[in-house]
Design a protein around this ligand. Sequence first.
Ligand code: BYC
Length: 328
Amino acid sequence: MYTQGLDQKGQSDKRDGLESAADRKAFQKRVDAEEKIEAKDWMPEAYRRTLIRQISQHAHSEIIGMQPEGNWLTRAPSLKRKAILLAKIQDEAGHGLYLYSAAETLGVSRDQMVGDLLSGKAKYSSIFNYPTLTWADIGAIGWLVDGAAIMNQIPLCRCSYGPYARAMVRICKEESFHQRQGFDILVELCKGTPEQKAMAQDALNRWWWPSLMMFGPSDAESKHSAQSMAWKIKRFSNDELRQKFIDVTVPQAEFLGLKVPDDECILDKQTGHYRHGEIDWQEFIEVLKGNGPCNKQRMEKRRNAHEDGRWVREAARAYAEKRAAKAA
Ligand code: BYC
């Protein structure tokens, strides 16, 4: 839906070295005036590269993110839960596809992006390298992971790049349904037997800290934030969004009768915000380096799925060539 008529003029005319200060100033003026930048508009090469990096990594996260939940499709506790989970996972596939399409408008091909994921060059969200051990984990993913995702993604609906901002509108609506379905699973478990409640607490214990890491490194360590905020790709810093997430989620845990696994997490009456303990950034770094509990398994499964789909890609290409030859 985004790629028609793209000749990439304007994007490729002026590469890094050829950009003039006047061009960049005029571009920044448009961004500051809250104008949307569209695919055919001139943009600094670094802006284009930043968007390709972020949007493609976002797309990869949606696709890899299907795995931890897919793991529970055959074991969902009822037909209704199974149908809901199936629909949610299909939504995530759709998100990945809109996002790949949005990134394609910047002049990068789907093959290239997927190649970068499979070769390990491109990142995907750290959160999807943790295992889903019990059914309560499916509740925790919806509640915490989708909850964190919404917190980060609502501001992206106002991103300066039009195709990304527009893709995010529908994604956020769907994520909001995902968050509620996760919370609903936990409400049911927390109203259940002591064993079910303990399962919910255990899931919260394991997913809390990795969910906080989803927002990225602290502002002091975030190398892209300053520029991305100046370009209005990002509207809030990593720490600001993390704090907003904590502030809305802790009362939800209290409603469930659960406790977040952080003794320092108390409401600071003066600031109106919850404090939080130190995040284990070493763990975050290790997961990003590929050493999380499930990194290898996730990538292997993705590579196998890509290989299994080879015949579909080849058949589609052969059909397109046949039609083109016929038309000619
Ligand atoms: N995991 O300078 P920083 C979902 C990387 S999926 C891995 O702060 P930036 C869902 C970062 O890429 C939702 N890597 O970067 C799906 C950079 O590395 P490179 C996914 C991370 O871009 C299925 C470096 O660390 N959401 O909802 O300004 C089922 C320095 O960071 C992470 C998105 O992708 C991380 N957590 O800010 C259920 C949202 N954090 O590229 C749910 C879109 C940081 O220099 N992305 N890194 O090698 C963003 O908003 C921003 O890219 C981030 C990072 C806030 C994530």
